[in-house]
Design a protein around this ligand. Structure first.
Ligand code: ADP
Ligand code: ADP
Length: 223
């Protein structure tokens, strides 16, 4: 059974058709990058995969119907939503553990490490007496906190919107390598070359349809 199966998926907002008949089967463990111009339907597709957008057509994620998915577990590092990353005054590890309070400490620390939150897993940076809720973490740190929470929640499918946005190149590359080393299925929207080249497959969206699909190398050669 594929990890993701979409058949005849359509999403309309009033008179705007955001997704116009998407058929997609993604084998378990595959890493997919989604590209396309602004308005092509990328965010809507991610919303369908994470359960936030209810489309017409059929959506299956592993053994589960779309309605069984908790968007907070599946979708991480969503650009523009990093403000929603609730940060409370405790260690990074404790903040990560919010995703699964029963998780052993070592697992929470490991998720933080895999998301690139290498520093201060158990303590706070020098000179900080608190994370001060919303004020001290940078956008990139919040993004990685969301990603760490998603990894700890351990969904079979992980959906990421521009996970490297706002990160410096070295950090972005480390993050992408870590994501592609995950066993789970990963679908990410990106504009950056490194994740595109490293993904198993690239899907090109145009006006709500999949217009190309293949290895990045092959898509580039066709242009
Ligand atoms: P992308 O992520 O590729 O930029 P989106 O999925 O955000 O594309 O949008 C696809 C189309 O649907 C666009 O025409 C966009 O304007 C429209 N759209 C997306 N979300 C909404 C919404 N909540 N209400 C109305 N139109 C929307
Ligand atoms: P990222 O790469 O995730 O964007 P950076 O490591 O570049 O994060 O930035 C760290 C963030 O923490 C920045 O927003 C910075 O202003 C803030 N910061 C770093 N050190 C201190 C400190 N001692 N006191 C308060 N804020 C700090």
């Amino acid at each position: 059974r594929p990890a993701i199966e979409l058949r005849g998926v359509r999403v309309s907002y009033g008179s705007v058709t955001a997704l116009d008949g998407i058929d997609l089967r993604v084998p378990a463990g595959r890493k997919i990058a989604v590209v396309g111009a602004s308005g092509a339907g990328k965010s809507t597709l991610l919303g369908v995969l994470s359960g936030e957008v209810r489309p017409e057509g059929m959506v299956l994620l592993g053994d589960a119907p779309q309605s069984a998915y908790d968007p907070r577990d599946v979708r991480a590092a969503v650009r523009g939503l990093t403000q929603d990353a609730h940060v409370f005054d405790a260690s990074i590890r404790a903040n990560v553990a919010l995703a699964r309070p029963d998780a052993p400490d070592a697992e929470a620390a490991d998720a933080a490490r895999r998301a690139g939150l290498l520093d201060w897993i158990d303590g706070l940076p020098d000179g900080w007496d608190t994370l001060a809720g919303d004020t001290r973490l940078s956008g990139g740190q919040r993004q990685r906190l969301l990603l760490a929470r998603a990894l700890l929640a351990d969904p079979p499918v992980l959906v990421l919107d521009e996970p490297t946005e706002g990160l410096d190149l070295a950090t972005a590359d480390r993050l992408v390598s870590a994501l592609l080393a995950e066993r789970r299925t990963v679908v990410l929207v990106t504009h950056r070359l490194a994740p595109l080249a490293a993904a198993d497959e690239v899907i090109v969206l145009d006006r709500g349809r999949i217009v190309q699909r293949g290895a990045h190398r092959d898509l580039v050669e066709r242009h």
